[in-house]
Design a protein around this ligand. Structure first.
Ligand code: AKG
Ligand code: FE2
Length: 398
């Protein structure tokens, strides 16, 4: 990497002591002054949406941690081919079990360079540290006909009865060249820095595509199906979308949320949790705080994989909580399948031992169709409408 003028960036990410006196308006949180002890009603969610509350670092149950060492360090580790197959089989089984029982797991030793991740996080911190007026120049771009978010900056206002705001800001990033140029020119004044910004985002996307595909192949192996089934959706026409999330500290964290409970529309999501707690998943009617693993990723099963596995893998409901003193940055990377191919299960999906086969069966639909419905009408497990068991479901009018 060209280091010429990036040495100026050493002050990022900002030290957390600088962040205690948060300039909330810079982060899109309206009506709060530094030192305020209460938050405006626009951010106070109805109790039923925030409860049961679990504090940001109240780790009780541990989400499975899967160590991928041995898969990506063959050369350095001197692992011979037959050993790799043994390692792969073990990891595939662990992943499939976690995908079935949790819908989420952590991976470590995933092969994505830590240095690349650091570079991306530095860029993300610099972006969120920009003045609000500058960030707003990158305001969310939506598809004119479908209303689906393409890329850009924004805050989340949940369309629940109370229309409450989330305690967070976010940037959707794709590899669209002019968008990346635009972002780079807001963050950096020098040409070499701008080039480095674009290179970092693109390099991260490439590394994450590789990592995501490896996880998807292992999940297919653990499930007992041909991995090529998923390749058809994730090669041409698929998209890697990053979402950078920033959660400022909050004087009354129990009253609000960084992100409301949701599932991801993706096949799978790779989430870099940062080093502060806040990410929580639902399991057995409880919220479980997920402990960030050093240099690890959380892998979330998305809606499309739950549909394709006919419910064997679980698209896990998750949310983000905030805390009083520590800002938090997370980077989500979503693998969105080809938008125009029908979403269908692998033909070799093993049949369950128990009979009759009660697994849900979905009528074919496209991802393009799905996202329009999910994001405009039915946030959450919107795919149930395609279930053929649910009487009349497949004939619902969009
Ligand atoms: O930041 C987090 O903990 C959750 C982010 C998330 O769920 C998302 O971006 O979809
Ligand atoms: Fe999510």
């Amino acid at each position: 990497m060209d280091m010429c003028c990036r040495d100026n960036c050493n002050s990022f990410p900002p030290k957390s002591k600088d962040e205690i006196n948060v300039d909330y308006s810079k982060h899109g949180i309206e009506g709060v002054n530094p030192g305020d002890k209460v938050i405006p009603s626009a951010y106070c969610w109805p109790a039923e949406l925030v409860s049961p509350r679990v504090a940001y670092e109240a780790y009780e149950e541990e989400v499975p941690v899967i160590d991928m060492a041995g898969l990506n360090d063959q050369v350095a580790g001197g692992v011979v081919a037959s050993d790799i197959e043994v390692v792969k089989t073990r990891i595939a089984a662990e992943m499939a079990m976690a995908a079935e029982t949790w819908g989420v797991f952590n991976i470590v030793n995933h092969g994505v360079p830590v240095e690349l991740l650091q570079r991306l996080k530095t860029e993300a911190h610099m972006f969120f540290n920009l003045p609000m007026a500058t960030k707003k120049e990158l305001f969310i771009d939506k598809d004119a006909t479908t209303g689906v978010v393409l890329r850009g900056y924004g805050f989340k206002v949940e369309r629940n009865s109370a229309a409450k705001c989330s305690w967070s800001e976010g940037l959707f990033v794709t590899n669209d060249a002019s968008f990346l140029q635009d972002c780079a020119s807001k963050i950096h004044s020098q040409d070499c820095e701008r080039k480095a910004f674009v290179a970092t985002v693109v390099e991260y996307e490439t590394a994450l595509r590789k990592c995501t595909m490896q996880v998807l192949h292992l999940l297919a192996q653990g499930l007992g199906v041909d991995p090529e089934h998923f390749d058809r959706y994730s090669d041409e026409g698929s998209e890697i979308i990053q979402r950078w999330n920033y959660y400022p500290p909050c004087p009354e964290p129990d009253k609000t949320l960084g992100l409301l409970q949701h599932t991801d529309a993706s096949l799978v999501t790779v989430l870099e949790l940062g080093d502060v707690g806040g990410f929580q998943v639902q399991r057995g009617g409880k919220w479980v705080a997920v402990r960030p693993q050093k240099n690890g990723f959380a892998i979330l099963i998305g809606d499309m994989l739950e549909v394709m596995t006919r419910g064997k893998f679980y698209s896990v409901p998750h949310r983000a909580v905030v805390n009083k003193s520590k800002p938090r940055l997370s980077i989500g990377t979503f693998l969105a399948p080809n938008r125009t191919m029908d979403i269908i299960s692998p033909p070799d999906l093993p049949t369950p031992a128990e009979q009759p086969d009660t697994r849900p069966e979905y009528r074919p639909f496209t991802f393009a169709e799905y996202v329009i419905h999910k994001f405009s009408k039915q946030p959450g497990r919107a795919f149930v409408r395609y279930s053929m068991q649910q009487k009349g479901a497949s004939t619902l009018v969009a």
